[in-house]
Each structure stands twice: as structure tokens, then as C-alpha cells.
Design a protein around this ligand. Structure first.
Ligand code: NAI
Ligand code: MG
Length: 361
């Protein structure tokens, strides 16, 4: 048989990013070894992040995006650490990659795992099947704006931060959400904006949503303002399935969703270039968590779940679902990190997940 070799660029980044990516790579190693030469993962490490910045004055190499474009996928930890301003580290690495490689769809499933104490107290919690679809290339994170009158005696500094919405950008992410909904149980898309106050960009979004929805008569639709949606997550979670929103709103709602499901530490995500013109990037939803970094106690589930999303994207969907089953089995057994009320550390959770993977052989 011919061995399939997948080339993966690994960027552990900062803080717990380094610890959880290491955990995820153990899982990938196990699967590759077990495949008996069916497939292999060739990993190249890129030391980019805040330490790199302090030494080199930049978050990554100038031709970083170009270097990454040769790979089949990018596996990312997290970026940000005290000592480097967060807007510098985020824009210098994660946003530079997402925008540079045109990863315009960020998908963030919210899993309600067995054995995990949920913060959401709702009778339907076991049947919840949420997936957030985040516009990942423009909106509030387009980086359009500027500052003026800074540092002048007695001046009132001004800052303009514009949100950018294009018809094409709205249409492709909304279409992506509808296509995704068609593959799911309920076939429902909920669109979230704040078009009463954001009367230009988000009204355009609403209009595109209405137009595209006509092409999907089999998909149920719903539209909400983001403030009411935040309450809906808690009050009527059973009404949600695929939720599509702008860059900022979906960022916020995905943290809310994963916290309701138990912890920020369990949430996986994929930054996709859906047409596969460029490599996609897989990372947990959480950040570098400086408060617990270096202690070996970070929850690796979000990053291991992101590896499953990566395998799915690479066409190894059976292995992807085995990872997800092994994660479920592990939490069902009550093997939990501290953020979920348990006592286990990163290495113990990772070992347990690998052990559960091997059981299903
Ligand atoms: P954070 O997600 O790093 O942490 C928020 C809270 O959740 C902390 O109390 C942390 O200990 C906890 N937490 C997060 N992940 C966890 C895990 N896997 N296991 C256990 N507990 C976990 O967000 P925060 O504190 O706002 O930001 C810290 C740094 O991360 C900042 O520099 C920020 O800019 C950066 N950041 C980077 C992101 C990325 O690389 N995609 C996303 C969000 C923040
Ligand atoms: Mg976030």
C-alpha cells in the first residue's frame, strides 16, 4: 500500500499553547503508528510567538505566511503573553495567518461531553448539537482604522475602528453555514447581528442572509440580535444548531457556548479555507492562559478535538471520529482536569484518551 504522508506545520505559540499542542501531537503519533504505514504525519515546528518577538522584534518571519502555504494543515496552540501587548501578538501571528491564508470560515462546535459538570441547567442539554460559524476574514476584525492626536499635551486622542462587511464576505460565510446545516440533524441556521444599531454593514449581512436562505428551502432559519442571542443561549439552547455570526460576535458567543458546556478548555476550532486553496489552521478556542501556564494542568481536550477537526479536513474522518469518541469516553470515566472540577493533569488526560483510542481497535 501507498503511505499517505500529511505535512503539518506546528505552531505551539505561547503559554499553555505549548503544553496542549504537545498533548495533541501524542494523539496524532499514536494514530500514525497504529495505522501500520497507511498514513504518517510529517511535522515541522515553527517557534513563533511572544518569546520569538522579544528576541527578534517580530511575531513570525516576514515570509511566514508563504512558508506555511506549502503545508497540508497548520496545528496551532495559542498566542499571547504578558510582556507583549495582546494586540501586537494577536495581529502579528494568529490574525496574520488567518487573513494571509484566507481562512475565512472559523467553525467552532460546542460539545456537551458526558461526565462534565455543565454550567447550563436545561433539560435538553444532552441533545444539544451546536456549531458556531464565525466569519473569519473581515467584519470587526478587518483592522481598518487609525489613531490620531496621541501623546500631545492636553489633546483628546481619537481612535477609529471600522467594521468592514462585503457582500462577497457575507455571502460565502452564510452559504457555508447553510451547506453545513444540510449535513446536520435539525437543518437550522440562526443568524446573529446587531443590525438595529449597526445600520450599514449588518443590514447588508441581513439582506444577504435573506437572499441566500431562499436557495435553501429545506433549511429552517432564525435571526437574532446578539444581545438577545446571549440570553437565548442560556434560556432556549434547544433552539440552536448552526449559528452564523460576524467575526466579533461569534468570537464572544463561542466562549459563552463552551463555558456553558463546561469550560473554555474543551472547545475546538478550525480556521478553514473551505475551497482548500490554502492550508487551514486548527486550534483550540481558548488563549494562552498565563495564569496556569507551565503547571502541566491545562485541559488538552480543545486542542485534541482540534486535531480531530484537522484529520476530518484531511480526509481521515474515521480517525477523527475515533478521537472524539475517545474524548467522550475519557470524560465519561470522570477523568477530568481542574477546570472541569477534576484532579487530573494534562498528561493524564492525554494518556487516558490514547488508552481509549487503543480500546476501540
Ligand atoms: P484564556 O482563554 O487564555 O484564559 C481564560 C481563562 O480560562 C483563564 O482563567 C484560563 O486559565 C482558563 N483556561 C483557558 N484555557 C484553558 C485550558 N485549556 N484548561 C484550563 N483552563 C483554561 O483567555 P485570556 O486570559 O483572556 O487571554 C490570555 C492570553 O491569550 C492573552 O494574551 C490573549 O490575547 C490570548 N488569546 C489568544 C487566543 C488565540 O491564540 N487564539 C484566543 C484568546 C486569547
Ligand atoms: Mg476568542
Amino acid at each position: 500500500i501507498k503511505t499517505r504522508n500529511y505535512r503539518i506545520a506546528v505552531i505551539p505559540g505561547d503559554g499553555i499553547g505549548i503544553e496542549v499542542v504537545d498533548a495533541g501531537l501524542h494523539v496524532l503519533d499514536y494514530l500514525a503508528n497504529e495505522s501500520n504505514g497507511d498514513f504518517t504525519f510529517e511535522t515541522d515546528f515553527f517557534p513563533w510567538g511572544c518569546e520569538y518577538y522579544l528576541e527578534n522584534g517580530k511575531m513570525m518571519d516576514e515570509d511566514g505566511v508563504e512558508k506555511l502555504s506549502d503545508y497540508d494543515a497548520i496545528y496551532f496552540g495559542a498566542v499571547g503573553f504578558p510582556g507583549v501587548p495582546d494586540h501586537v501578538s494577536l495581529w502579528g501571528l494568529r490574525l496574520a495567518i488567518c487573513q494571509g491564508l484566507d481562512q475565512w470560515a472559523n467553525i467552532r462546535p460546542v460539545e456537551f461531553l458526558p461526565g462534565v459538570p455543565r454550567r447550563l441547567n436545561h433539560p435538553d442539554v444532552d441533545n444539544l448539537n451546536w456549531i458556531l460559524v464565525r466569519e473569519n476574514s473581515e467584519g470587526e476584525y478587518s483592522g481598518v482604522g487609525g489613531r490620531n492626536f496621541s501623546g500631545r499635551e492636553g489633546s483628546n486622542e481619537v481612535a477609529v475602528q471600522s467594521a468592514l462587511f462585503t457582500e462577497k464576505g457575507c455571502e460565502r460565510i452564510i452559504r457555508f453555514a447553510f451547506d453545513l446545516a444540510r449535513t446536520r440533524k435539525r437543518k437550522k441556521v440562526t443568524s446573529v447581528t446587531k443590525s438595529n444599531a449597526q445600520q450599514y454593514g449588518m443590514v447588508l449581512w441581513d439582506e444577504v442572509f435573506a437572499r441566500v436562505s431562499k436557495e435553501y428551502p429545506d433549511v429552517e432559519t432564525d435571526q437574532w440580535l446578539v444581545d438577545a442571542m446571549a440570553a437565548q443561549f442560556v434560556l432556549h439552547p434547544e433552539e440552536l444548531e448552526v449559528v452564523v455570526a460576524s467575526n466579533l460576535f461569534a468570537d464572544i458567543l463561542s466562549d459563552l457556548g463552551s463555558a456553558l458546556a463546561g469550560s473554555l478548555g474543551i472547545a475546538a476550532s478550525a480556521n478553514l479555507n473551505p475551497v482548500k486553496r490554502t492550508p487551514s489552521m486548527f486550534e483550540s478556542v481558548h488563549g494562552s492562559a498565563p495564569d496556569i501556564a507551565g503547571k502541566g494542568i491545562a485541559n488538552p481536550i480543545g486542542t485534541i478535538g482540534s486535531a480531530a477537526l484537522m484529520l476530518d479536513h484531511l480526509g481521515l474522518s474515521e480517525e477523527a471520529s475515533r478521537i472524539n469518541q475517545a474524548i467522550e469516553e475519557t470524560t465519561r470515566q470522570g477523568i477530568l482536569t481542574r477546570d472541569l472540577g477534576g484532579t487530573h493533569n494534562t498528561a493524564e488526560i492525554t494518556d487516558a484518551i490514547i488508552k481509549n483510542l487503543s480500546k476501540r481497535k
